[in-house]
Design a protein around this ligand. Sequence first.
Ligand SMILES: Cc1cc2nc3c(=O)[nH]c(=O)nc-3n(C[C@H](O)[C@H](O)[C@H](O)COP(=O)(O)OP(=O)(O)OC[C@H]3O[C@@H](n4cnc5c(N)ncnc54)[C@H](O)[C@@H]3O)c2cc1C
Length: 157
Amino acid sequence: MFQVLVKNISGIVPKLLEALDKSEEIFFDTTTQVIMDDWSKDNIVLTGDAAHAPSFLTGQGSSLAMIGSYILANELKNNNNINDALSTYEKIMKPFAEINQKAIENEGSFILYPKNEEEMEKRSVILKQLENMNKEDMEAHDMIDITRVIEYPNLSN
Ligand SMILES: Cc1cc2nc3c(=O)[nH]c(=O)nc-3n(C[C@H](O)[C@H](O)[C@H](O)COP(=O)(O)OP(=O)(O)OC[C@H]3O[C@@H](n4cnc5c(N)ncnc54)[C@H](O)[C@@H]3O)c2cc1C
């Protein structure tokens, strides 16, 4: 089925198909996001991918994991009650994680996996535009800015 789907694509694809025929082992994987109703129970808490994996299609998983850990550490330091700390961490971090997860709901994946000529053309246009972008204008830069969601001590710098 895979060979039928890509048979009209030129470039490196015919060579890859040839290699595919000769391979004894083929690695194939799916891309998923982790969406949890709750991030903590009693004194157990989820962070990073375990709480909110956005999938590598967003390119934001490590950033989210680090920002979430920073917020969790601060809330643990600032709250005497562990349940207050864990629920405040989730309240602050969840909307931010959701913004990043939703970023690829519609069109995001064609940047990595264009499905047809039209999507390949769309991707080329976007990649060419990146050359002339300022760092401040880049959507990815915007996406990791949690200050869009909340004013958090020390994170605005
Ligand atoms: C192909 C790919 C490309 C990516 N590209 C980007 C990118 O460009 N930018 C970006 O920000 N993110 C990217 N990510 C996502 C990023 O790698 C993850 O979001 C990030 O690593 C999550 O960190 P984490 O600490 O939550 O989990 P992990 O990095 O998965 O760490 C969990 C650790 O726990 C260990 N572990 C598991 N079970 C147990 C156990 N029972 N006992 C002890 N240890 C255990 C594991 O071995 C692992 O070391 C990419 C991911 C993939 C797969």
